[in-house]
Each structure stands twice: as structure tokens, then as C-alpha cells.
Write a protein that binds this ligand. Structure first.
Ligand SMILES: CC(=O)N[C@H]1[C@@H](OP(=O)(O)OP(=O)(O)OC[C@H]2O[C@@H](n3ccc(=O)[nH]c3=O)[C@H](O)[C@@H]2O)O[C@H](CO)[C@@H](O)[C@@H]1O
Ligand SMILES: C=C(OP(=O)(O)O)C(=O)O
Length: 428
């Protein structure tokens, strides 16, 4: 087991290349199993969520060859094998195997997913969608059993705007008979990316990226080549790092339109942000202003950047209020930031940050993926050494984090934990 060590205070300079989007990747891989021949995806990120999904594809008889440039998924020999336990619990997005397996085999058994603990994360809207398409769905001892004689298109209104439910219903509907209409659909860029792959595989989908998506079922889908979109959350994390510690930082391979809400907030704080076609330039300023943030569905401020942004706000003068309207308990990083001398407290669904604070290095623990990102940002800003444990969370979503930051001039490395440290961690 490893920990991450950061000596804070270095000003960062240079360019960082953003990897493929985690939240696209984890849907594109299950989408590929709907094809009858190999699918090639360029630019998948080198993160554990991708590797775990690859292992799941192999477990059910598919082939998955990972390479930093492209991944080949051959779904020709996949069988409808139950996956009630095991690796499905390691990530959230294993729930996409429900829609994809149901779509291909008209039956599936998939254990309830894992992923970050951010408060309740029900999947009732996914199930409502599968049932509307004609599936019988039951929950037996923590696994979802899905079975249909045939899937028929339906009109489905989502009671909650959900990324996962929107994509999962698309996956189940592309091979269904007739037309499916998803109303109140989520509009995230990752949904468009998945629709683009499915369309290249032969699916008929209109409206992805708007709140009404129309899918006309087809008989079969074939393999194709697809290039993934860049990760707007990874890009946003490096923008935050640039806003905190950047002398002159260029975020490369990014779609600036995907980050408009974040760019606007940074400019409101006084951060220097300039955009071009596929790059964003960010530099810190000595005096940053406090701002309030409310997370919203896309194109609003993304909840996945709320936690690292909180770390940045410890540097701003005044009081900032960060409210998460998507998740009720996405504040596990706050106690750790307090250990680092941040003046932060949680009231209900809001974090209240009073700055500026001089952060101090400390031993802290990442309890979820973006809590980990928040601690990396804080560690880069702090005086002295910060030690971060819980790297398995960070590894779910950040490709080559240490190399990317070291190339920008950060003093950061991974180190084996001693047996005593591992024991201590287990007991906390
Ligand atoms: C793998 C992946 O893509 N993860 C992202 C996805 O998660 P995920 O797809 O799980 O998030 P959703 O968009 O579904 O969830 C949004 C909100 O709706 C609620 N809800 C969702 C589904 C449902 O059936 N019932 C219900 O009540 C959730 O509890 C949450 O409060 O979108 C989130 C919101 O942008 C991001 O934080 C995650 O990074
Ligand atoms: C919440 C996240 O991921 P997941 O939905 O995969 O747990 C995230 O990427 O911030």
C-alpha cells in the first residue's frame, strides 16, 4: 500500500495534457459490449475504474486489450454471466453493465455498484427506465436481477436529472423494438460522447446533450473506432491547481466550453484564465477574492469539482459558501482540510470557508476520489510536507497524477507505507 507525499509551496509552470474522460470511459466500455464485432476506443485514461471494467469484460468472456493510445474491446464471445459480487462493487459505473447486458441478452444479474460515498445514491430512475422498456427487475440480496421477453421502446420521464439513468436507459434502448423517448434527460458532455459511439456502432439516437433524447431501436450494432472526449473534471482540477499555485500553466487537450461555469467562478475570484481552441491558460494572483458556489447539473458548476475548489478557496480573502445541491454528504474532505489549518466548517449542505489561511502540511486521508483531489491541491499549497493515504480513491480517476504534477515542477512522490502505518490506518 502506498501513500503520496508532497512538499508544498512550489510555483508550477508548464503544460499538462488532459486524459480521456473517466465518466465517458466507464460508459463507453459497457456500450461496446452491444456490438457484434470489435470496438476500438482511442485515449482511454489509465485509471483503475477502466482497468476494473476491463477485467469485468474479460470475466464475462470478452477480450479487452489496454494500451495508453487505444483500447480494443472484442465483445464477440461475451456471455450473459451473473456478476452479483466482486469487482462490480469497486466502482459506481458497473451499473452500466445492467443496461448493456439487458440490451444485448435481455437478461442480467449485476451487484449493486460501489463508487464514492457522497450520501444516498439510489438507482431507482435506472430501474424505472428498464421496467418501462419491459424488463422485470428485482433486488435479491444486494444484486439486481433483470429479465425481459423482449424490450420495447417507451416514453420515460426521469423524476431526477441523472447522468447514470440517462446513459443506462440509452444502453438498454438501442436494441429495443421501436422508439424510446427519455424526457428530463441529463445533458452532460459524456452523454453526447456515449451517444456518438453508439451512433457509430449503428444506433439511431437524436437529442443527446438536450433534455429530450429519442432512440429508434435497431436490429444489431457493429464495431467501430471512437476517440474519447477529454476529462473536464481532470482539466478543472488542474485549473484549480493553476489558480492556487500556477506561475503560468497551460491545460492542454481540453474543451473550454465544458468548463464555462468553472472559468466564470475563477475569473470572479481574480484568477487569470484565458482560453483557446483546446487549451486553457491559468495563473494565480497574490490576492484572490472569496466567491460562493452552488453545484448544479450540467452546464452548472460540477459537483465533482466542489471538493478541490474548496481547497482553493482557503487562499481567497473573505468568506466563501460552497453548497452542494447534488449530494447531501460530499464534505468528508473538510475535516482533513481543518487538520491542515484551513478555517472551514460544514453547515447542512454547505461548507463555509474563511480565508486566507496559511495551510500547513499534515498526515491526511482521502476518503473518496475528489476528497483526494482536494487534499492534493491543499498539499501543493501548504507549507511543509503533506502525506496522503487512501490513494485507491485517487487512482480511480486521475491518470498519471504524480508524473503530470512533477512535470509542472511540484515536489511529489509515492512511497510504500510501513506495516505499522498500514495497521494504524486500518484502526482509524
Ligand atoms: C460514473 C459517473 O458518471 N459518475 C458521475 C455521475 O454519477 P451518477 O450517475 O451516479 O449521478 P446521477 O446524475 O445519477 O445523480 C444525480 C443525483 O440524482 C440522484 N439519483 C440518481 C439516480 C437515481 O436513480 N435516483 C436518484 O435519486 C443521486 O442520488 C444524485 O443526488 O454523475 C454525478 C453527477 O454529475 C457525478 O458526480 C459522478 O461523477
Ligand atoms: C463521484 C465520482 O465518481 P463515481 O460516480 O464514479 O463514484 C467522481 O468522479 O467524482
Amino acid at each position: 500500500m502506498e501513500k503520496l507525499k508532497i512538499v508544498g509551496g512550489d510555483l508550477l509552470q508548464g503544460s499538462v495534457r488532459i486524459s480521456g474522460a473517466k465518466n465517458s470511459a466507464v460508459a463507453l466500455i459497457p456500450a461496446a459490449i452491444l456490438a457484434n464485432s470489435p470496438v476500438v476506443i482511442e485515449g482511454l485514461p489509465n485509471i483503475s475504474d477502466v482497468h476494473v471494467l476491463g477485467q469485468l469484460i474479460e470475466e464475462i468472456g470478452g477480450a479487452f486489450h489496454f494500451d495508453e493510445n487505444e483500447v480494443v474491446i472484442d465483445p464477440s464471445h461475451i456471455v450473459s454471466m451473473p456478476l452479483p459480487n466482486g469487482k462490480v462493487k469497486k466502482l459506481r459505473a458497473s451499473y452500466y453493465l445492467m443496461g448493456a447486458m439487458l440490451g444485448r441478452f435481455k437478461k442480467a444479474v449485476i451487484g449493486l455498484p460501489g463508487g464514492c460515498h457522497l450520501g444516498p445514491r439510489p438507482i431507482d430512475q435506472h430501474i424505472k427506465g428498464f421496467e418501462a422498456l419491459g424488463a422485470k427487475v428485482t433486488n435479491e440480496q444486494g444484486a439486481i436481477y433483470l429479465r425481459a421477453e423482449e424490450l420495447r421502446g417507451a416514453r420515460i420521464y426521469l423524476d431526477v436529472v441523472s447522468v447514470g439513468a440517462t446513459i443506462n436507459i440509452m444502453l438498454a434502448a438501442v436494441l429495443a423494438k421501436g422508439r424510446t423517448i427519455i424526457e428530463n434527460a441529463a445533458k452532460e458532455p459524456e452523454i453526447i460522447d456515449v451517444a456518438t459511439l453508439l451512433t457509430n456502432m449503428g444506433a439511431r439516437i437524436k437529442g443527446a446533450g438536450t433534455d429530450v433524447i429519442r432512440i429508434d431501436g435497431v436490429e444489431q450494432l457493429h464495431g467501430c473506432r471512437h476517440s474519447i472526449i477529454p476529462d473536464r473534471i481532470e482539466a478543472g482540477t488542474y485549473m484549480i491547481i493553476g489558480a492556487a499555485m500556477g506561475k503560468e500553466m497551460i491545460i492542454d487537450n481540453v474543451i473550454p466550453q465544458h468548463l464555462e461555469a468553472v472559468i466564470a467562478k475563477m475569473r470572479e475570484m481574480g484568477v487569470v484564465v484565458e482560453t483557446s481552441d483546446d487549451q486553457i491558460f491559468v495563473a494565480t494572483k497574490e490576492h484572490l477574492r472569496a466567491v460562493d458556489i452552488k453545484t448544479l447539473v450540467y452546464p452548472g458548476f460540477p459537483t465533482d469539482l466542489q471538493q478541490p475548489f474548496t481547497s482553493l478557496l482557503t487562499k481567497a480573502s473573505g468568506t466563501s459558501i460552497v453548497t452542494d445541491t447534488i449530494y447531501s454528504a460530499r464534505f468528508k474532505h473538510i475535516d482533513e482540510l481543518r487538520r491542515m489549518n484551513a478555517n472551514v466548517k460544514v453547515e447542512g449542505r454547505s461548507a463555509i470557508i474563511t480565508g486566507p489561511s496559511r495551510l500547513q502540511g499534515a498526515k491526511v486521508r482521502a476518503t473518496d476520489l475528489r476528497a483526494g483531489a482536494a487534499l492534493v491541491v491543499a498539499g501543493l499549497m501548504a507549507e511543509g510536507i503533506t502525506e496522503i493515504t487512501g490513494l485507491e480513491h485517487i487512482d480511480r480517476g486521475y491518470s498519471n497524477l504524480v508524473d503530470k504534477l512533477a512535470n509542472l515542477g511540484a515536489t511529489i512522490w509515492r512511497e510504500q507505507m510501513t506495516e505499522q502505518e498500514i495497521e494504524q490506518l486500518k484502526n482509524t
